[in-house]
Write a protein that binds this ligand. Structure first.
Ligand SMILES: [Zn+2]
Length: 405
């Protein structure tokens, strides 16, 4: 067939336009995507391209990060990914989104997928194989938290989870539990904030989950010197001092519970160096576990590890109260210990923070130790003889210095 030259150039033009529809709007994205989460599907093209950004999507990302009380300290861009993806390349964090996915999905799907990936960055995840399940469920919890604040219903979230399954290990039931845990947390906080007065009787029903009282035994105990909190007039000011010291030493995950006339602050379970009680400066420090309804989460998680040697774990509980207390005969049950970490609030509610810190109040640090023996790898509480006294734990963790003693 002979094609008229002018038709031929037209044909070449049309063919190249079809093959490279937006050549001018794309650039090759040279980032290492080994450490990543893809919301669904799991696969990633060999060559990634960046396309011009959508202001609308950028605004959603900023809003979702803000609702999750997270810094939007990652770079977002439109790229040829399946849906939405969080990537860690060295020190740099990226959120890649497909505009095609966003345009053909409903509101819950778009916000949910974006929130999940933002949740990975908000929690400083590393996407390592051994932490994958924990990280996926943490990201899901973050998603539930922000979707609740955004007014998305639980039914819509359920259909979304069913329609677009995870690329990774967690089952539908596990994801649903994690998402709704975040959702409920946001709702509780919202209910409290929406009450017009601090003495509203409805607050009664919405108080913080209570810390087991008296605290379970088998802890190492230390009364924090009064001088640390001299000048504090409210429980909120005491909490701020504790929080500052904890933040400075990397204890970013915390839960708050009520205690008689005060509160209890529980830190995340942490692995420490058994030789001297010091902090582990590597990824093994936060060998935490998915927040679940029972301790199986921790057991499963730890036993899935090949522990090259014995592992020692601890968690700190700071109790601020004006009531004397001893230890209960009860040890920390698996349910309780998990509940402390998953059921508490992530902030001290305002009415409690405003309560006066007056004469008679003490701040007590309790340290609970757990040991994972090499032999069977099942964690057990160190009881009755803890490895270190509470003051040693407080000093070696750097918390004593932060609190000025
Ligand atoms: Zn993920």
């Amino acid at each position: 067939m002979i094609i008229n030259p002018s038709y031929r150039s037209l044909l070449i033009f049309l063919l190249s336009a079809a093959a490279f529809p937006s050549l001018h709007a794309q650039e090759l994205l040279e980032i290492n995507t080994v450490q990543r989460c893809i919301y669904s599907g799991g696969l990633m093209d060999e060559e990634l391209y960046r396309f011009s950004d959508s202001d609308r999507v950028g605004a959603w990302i900023k809003e979702l990060a803000e609702l999750g009380e997270a810094a939007a300290d990652f770079e977002w861009m439109q790229a040829n990914v399946e849906n939405v993806s969080a990537v860690l390349d060295g020190e740099k964090r990226y959120l890649l989104y497909s505009l095609d996915f966003i345009e053909k999905s409903n509101r819950t799907e778009v916000l949910g997928a974006l929130a999940h990936e933002i949740g990975h960055h908000a929690n400083a995840h590393t996407f390592s194989a051994e932490r994958r399940k924990t990280e996926e469920l943490e990201a899901d919890q973050f998603m539930g938290y922000v979707l609740s604040k955004k007014g998305v219903s639980k039914q819509d979230i359920e259909s979304f989870l069913k329609k677009i399954p995870s690329s990774y290990e967690p089952t539908y039931a596990e994801r649903r539990a994690a998402v709704f845990e975040g959702f409920d947390k946001a709702e509780r906080a919202l209910q409290i904030r929406s009450l017009p007065f601090d003495d509203d009787p409805r607050l009664e029903g919405l108080t913080l989950p209570g810390f087991p009282w008296p605290p379970p035994s088998c802890n190492a105990r230390f009364e924090v010197p009064e001088s640390t909190f001299s000048g504090c007039k409210t429980l909120g000011e005491v909490e701020r001092k504790l929080r500052t010291a904890l933040d400075a030493k990397g204890y970013a995950q915390r839960s708050y519970f009520s205690a008689p006339n005060g509160f209890a602050l529980v830190t995340q379970l942490e692995q420490y160096n058994a030789a001297d009680g010091s902090v582990r400066n590597d990824r093994t420090r936060w060998l935490d576990y998915p927040a679940k309804d029972n301790f199986a989460g921790l057991l499963d998680y730890l036993t899935s590890f090949v522990m090259p040697q014995k592992g020692y774990f601890r968690l700190f509980v700071f109790i601020v109260t004006n009531q004397a207390f001893g230890g209960s005969a009860q040890r920390v049950s698996k349910d309780q210990a998990t509940a402390w970490l998953s059921q508490g609030f992530n902030k001290l509610p305002r009415p409690l923070a405003a309560a006066p810190f007056s004469t008679g109040y003490d701040v007590t640090a309790l340290v609970y130790e757990f040991e994972v023996p090499e032999s069977n790898r099942k964690p057990v509480q160190k009881c009755p003889s803890p490895l270190f006294d509470a003051l040693t734990h407080l000093r070696k963790s750097g918390l004593a210095k932060g609190l000025g003693f």
